[in-house]
Design a protein around this ligand. Sequence first.
Ligand code: PEP
Ligand code: MN
Length: 264
Amino acid sequence: LAGRSFRPEGTVVTFPNGVKVGGDEVVVMAGPCSVESREQIFTAASQVKAAGAKFLRGGAFKPRSSPYSFQGMGLDGLKLLREVGDTTGLLIISEVMEISQIEVMLPYVDCFQLGARNMQNFNLLREVGLVRKPVLLKRGIAATIEELLLSAEYVLSGGNYDVMLCERGIRTYETYTRNTMDISAIPVIKHLSHLPILGDPSHGTGRRDMVPAMARASVAAGADGLLIEVHPNPDKAVSDGAQSLFPQQFSKLMDELRIIAPAV
Ligand code: PEP
Ligand code: MN
C-alpha cells in the first residue's frame, strides 16, 4: 500500500481547514520541541504563524533519553495546544508515545506525530492505523528507508491512508552533527512511495546554525514540507534549545524557502 504503484499520482493529505500536504505547496510545521507554558506556546504560535507556518508543533509527551529530563506537560500541554490552534488557525501536531494516549489526544490535535523511537512500535502503528486522523511518521534513528515504508504499511493497512513520512536524520559514525540528515532519502522516498515526505533539519543536525541549509536542501530535493523547531527564547528551552531557531532566523529562512518553492 505504501508503494508508488498503489497511487502513481501521489497522496495529498487534506486537513479540515483546507491545508494540503503533498500537493503543490511546501507546508511548514514549526514550533518548540516541547510545550512549556501558556506564554511560551502562544508567543511561539504567533511568531511561526507570522512567518508563514501552517502547523504549530509542540510535544506534550516527550521521549527523553534520560528519565530525569523534562517529560512534557501532558494533558495540560494538549489543552494549551488546542486553545492556541483555535485562536490562531494553525493546525496542531504533537507526538503520541503510547496507545493509551491516542484516545486522550484525539480531541486536541489535528495530526499525530509518531517519533523516531517509536517507528517500529508495531502495536502503536496498528492502533494509529485505526483512527481517522493524519499521522506523521518519523524515520527511526537507525532505520532503513525500506523499514520506514514497512512501518507506514502498518498504518495504511489499518485503513488510515493519511500518512506523511519524515526524514529526521539517522545515526552514523559522524559526531559533528547530532544525526546525519539523509537528504537523499527524500528523492528515494518520492521514487518508491506515493506518500508525502517532510524534512526535519532540526533533529537532522541538532545545530541551529546548520538548520537553514538543511531546510533549503530538503525543499530543493523535493520535500513536501518541513518540521522545524522554533522557540521564542531558545537559550531557555527545556528541550532541544541548541537546535531551535530564533524566531527572526525562522522568518528569514521562510523568505529563502519561497525562492526555492514559490508556494511556501
Ligand atoms: C521531536 O520532534 O521533538 C522529536 C522527539 O523527534 P524525533 O522523534 O525525530 O527524535
Ligand atoms: Mn525535539
